[in-house]
Design a protein around this ligand. Sequence first.
Ligand code: NAD
Length: 484
Amino acid sequence: MVSRVIPVDTFDLVIFGGTGDLARRKILPGLYRRFLAGQMPTDARIVGAARGALDDAGYRKFVGEAIEEFVSEKKRDKKKIAAFLDQLSYLTVDARGTAGWKELATKIRKDCVQAFYFSVGPGLFGDIATRLHKYKIANDTSRIVVEKPFGRDLESAHALNEVLAASFDEHQIYRIDHYLGKETVQNLMAVRFANVLFEPLWNAQYIDHVQITVSETVGVGGRGGYYDKSGAMRDMIQNHLMQLLCLTAMEPPSKFDPDAVRDEKLKVIRALDDLVPDDIVRGQYGADADGPSYLEDSENPDSRTESFIALRCHISNWRWKGTPFYLRTGKRLKARVSEIVVYFKETPHSIFDEDAGSHANVLTIRLQPDEGMDMRVTIKEPGPGGMRLVDVPLDMTFADALGPEAKDVPDAYERLIMDVIRGNQTLFMRGDEVEAAWRWTDPIIAGWQARGDKPKVYEPGSSGPEDALMLLHQDGRRWREIKS
Ligand code: NAD
């Protein structure tokens, strides 16, 4: 199978924060890969806009070096890189001042798709939106891409929504959550809604529970100050894990269209029960030979910010009543893994004798490190000697069946940027969704603060605090082992 590259209309893309870490590691290398795939029109233009004084040549050198560092060798073609860099330029712009804005207004074409990527600190999102409007740079069809974090609580997220809404309509605002750009996340929707096989079973009658895990091996070293004001609840649960929960639990939308999908996701968040303290375990990593403790990394010896969280939540609707969703995320854990694991119930009655054991189907949707999906099914162990049952994985990625191109999955940022250019908001968060998620998490955080809860210390390289294991043991279940 040859992968299909759907051409996009020509565009001017301005990357505010075009010299920053995210632009260097993800956005610009991703755009080069789209160029290489033949998806970027030859007259499309990318403008790096940031505070530093650079000229076009200096910026092209900076981007060329980023490609050297972050694009695999087999995709680095000198001529192609030079042609890509030709489509780039740079402008010094001060998000909080006047420098560069008039120049930007004359530079940007009015007769093509305009996209403005806010790859800057969240404190500048409002300043940039306001100036794009004030200097008449953006128009009714321009798109803005807003990075995370989108607020730190309901109040700040609402205020940010209001500031953006003063200059842009909701259909112009693309709040990015790169987890939604993962191939497997979209595959989850395909598997659920393009097969008759799963949807009839996708409910509390047949699904015992769901586990969503996002674990990292690294700590917060280097950005401890920032992280200490955030913590795992704000940094990971409120956005990434809740988005994965929504896609797993939502009702089938009437069509695969931005508002239909986002309406269904919003209903899931609104149906979440409030959590009680016994539903949550918070942790902070200790020190080991490989690195300092969270308290040392954060440079705040009294910090009560969590670097780990595990929680049990329930969705109060007909589909899910009685099926818990367990969410877990943390730093300095055993392995780097992001996965959704759906545990089906056992058959209501086994016709086989006790030696056959008890078996249940498990569907694993893996986002990291290697994207893929498999279903554990029970079969007869081959050979003579009676009926022995064995669980085997059924690979559902079918990468081999689709040919080698299917393994060359575009990075989430590449896909999402192209969706912005196409004007497709399906994989971006809507303002009311983000606010609903904060509305659910705010009281939980406020509860910890009011009680002065201290996170439990856990061993680096482990699966988190013992209490997190107990959270499932109490329910007669166990976490899937964290392994890459
Ligand atoms: P960074 O500090 O590396 O870069 C910031 C950029 O903003 C620089 O280009 C800088 O010149 C520019 N800038 C700062 N002040 C400015 C001003 N007054 N006017 C114009 N430009 C100004 O930050 P980053 O790591 O690239 O992060 C950018 C955004 O992306 C943040 O919102 C961050 O939370 C988010 N994000 C980053 C990552 C990542 O991996 N780096 C991942 C997810 C989200």
